[in-house]
Design a protein around this ligand. Structure first.
Ligand SMILES: Cc1cc2nc3c(=O)[nH]c(=O)nc-3n(C[C@H](O)[C@H](O)[C@H](O)COP(=O)(O)OP(=O)(O)OC[C@H]3O[C@@H](n4cnc5c(N)ncnc54)[C@H](O)[C@@H]3O)c2cc1C
Length: 427
């Protein structure tokens, strides 16, 4: 019935029986209890990138009515409604010299991102975004409104910290903010002809950087349109994303020198940025588009890995990808959590993520074939695990379960059964 859910990803045809926009936790509880009574599922839909598969039947619950961001500048905390985006949190926190640990695309909903762990472009310095969560308010699949924290329903809290498929609808979250006003960062864009040199240097350099340096590299294929800067238009280019925290400009520039020296950038946006401009580091697309995605975690990414990647996705190949990116993990992302959680990816060194060209005619054959080639090429470096926020429709159906070791997956399953015994919440 409904193809027009307000989602970023236009690739999927959504057919819920009903769409609801509740305005309070009590209204959410009514929806959940009503659906349970009729044997239907409730599908929570956040404000961001949108589902990676179709919503079929049941009740699509748009969280946008659960809006609002409250900042407590003295405690350095934010209460974030489930309908709020990171951009809204950033705007509310910035006047107090505070910032949340948002992702690469601030237009994404805070809650959907936090439920998967939350990988920020500042993650090596500050850890996973869930490391900064204090509590969630949730309507469980049983229709109960609960506040869950390290001391209240700790089993549920642990599951929500990165366990992705929540056994309820999160209605708000309390997070600690960072006392951070600026970072030194941006992007270096290189011509495709320099791809081998840039990726090779990036692989060697990124293996040894301190935790104050955050970086990823992407092969971009942007459309031949006026809205795209001329040097990037209609061709394959390389984008090195950088963010240095806690260093003076001069010291930060020295840390980035090996990458800047490897070739002449065609665009260089690296500068001292207000944290409110964090989205400029990746410059992810903000307009809705059709896309299929896939992700994988890597144990390492060396110069042989860069050659393998370029052989299937580099400028010499007609690859149906808009973005193929490798994010450096490690730093505080690799540290053991301060309290029990369910974050997947702490032990990986790099994350690989691919977004297809926004061309639906390629979705049936060419895109899955190219992703298969990429997966085979990168298999020697793959850890065999996945980061839940980066599992997409082009991953194997088993990939989300394979995000966690068996004991963690079993614990998440048990917690889902306790709080949503009838399986009312669909994801
Ligand atoms: C180009 C691109 C860049 C990305 N960059 C990053 C990044 O930097 N870091 C990162 O961590 N991820 C990133 N992602 C992944 C994506 O942003 C996250 O997976 C996030 O989940 C999307 O949030 P959303 O608001 O769109 O949630 P949705 O897509 O609406 O939902 C995602 C899942 O969360 C569930 N959910 C959403 N809201 C609730 C709620 N209130 N209660 C219970 N369940 C809920 C949904 O049911 C669904 O299962 C990126 C994705 C793309 C396509």
């Amino acid at each position: 019935m409904n193809h027009a859910l307000p989602m970023f990803n236009l690739a999927h045809r959504h057919t819920p029986r009903e769409v609801v926009v509740p305005r309070s936790a009590e209204e959410v509880a009514e929806v959940v209890r009503g659906a349970a009574g009729t044997g239907e599922q409730v599908h929570p839909i956040g404000a961001g990138h949108g589902w990676t598969h179709a919503v079929v039947g049941g009740v699509a619950l748009l969280t946008r009515g659960l809006a609002g961001v409250e900042i407590d500048p003295v405690a350095g905390r934010a209460r974030i409604g489930a309908g709020a985006t990171w951009a809204e949190v950033i705007a509310a926190a910035a006047p107090h010299g505070l910032a949340p640990l948002a992702g690469s695309a601030p237009a994404v909903g805070a809650v959907g991102y936090l439920l998967g762990g939350g990988l920020s472009p500042l993650g090596r310095t500050y850890g996973w975004a869930t490391d900064h969560v204090r509590s969630f308010e949730i309507v469980t699949g049983g229709g109960e409104v609960l506040t869950t924290s390290a001391s209240s329903h700790p089993d549920l809290f642990q599951a929500l910290l990165g366990g992705k498929r929540a056994p309820g609808v999160v209605t708000s979250v309390d997070v600690d903010l960072l006392p951070l006003a600026t970072v030194y960062g941006g992007g270096l864009f290189f011509d495709g002809a320099d791809a081998e040199a840039v990726l090779g240097e990036w692989a060697a350099w990124s293996a040894c950087i301190p935790a104050t340096v955050n970086t990823s590299v992407a092969l971009l294929r942007l459309p031949d349109r006026d809205t795209v800067p001329e040097p990037l238009r209609g061709r394959c280019t390389v984008h090195v994303r950088l963010a240095v925290v806690d260093e003076e400009d001069g010291a930060a520039a020295v840390l980035l020198e090996p990458i800047r020296k490897v070739a002449r950038p065609v665009i260089d946006t690296v500068a001292r940025l207000p944290v409110s401009a964090i989205g400029a580091i990746h410059a992810d697309p903000e307009q809705p588009m059709p896309a299929l995605e896939a992700g994988a975690l890597l144990s390492s990414f060396d110069v042989d890995a860069t050659r393998a990647l370029l052989a299937v996705a580099g400028p010499q190949v007609q690859a149906p990808f808009a973005v193929v990116e490798v994010r450096r993990l490690g730093g505080l992302l690799a540290e053991a959590p301060r309290r029990p959680d369910s974050v997947a990816g702490r032990d990986a060194a790099y994350g690989l993520f691919v977004v297809s060209a926004p061309v639906p005619e390629l979705f049936e054959g060419p895109v899955p074939a190219a992703v298969g080639d990429l997966a085979r090429a990168m298999a020697p470096w793959a850890s065999g695990r996945f980061q839940p926020n980066f599992v997409g429709s082009l991953n194997q159906p088993t990939a989300l379960d394979a995000a966690w070791p068996d004991d963690v997956r079993d614990r998440l399953e048990r917690v889902r059964h306790i709080y949503d015994p009838a399986g009312v919440i669909g994801h």
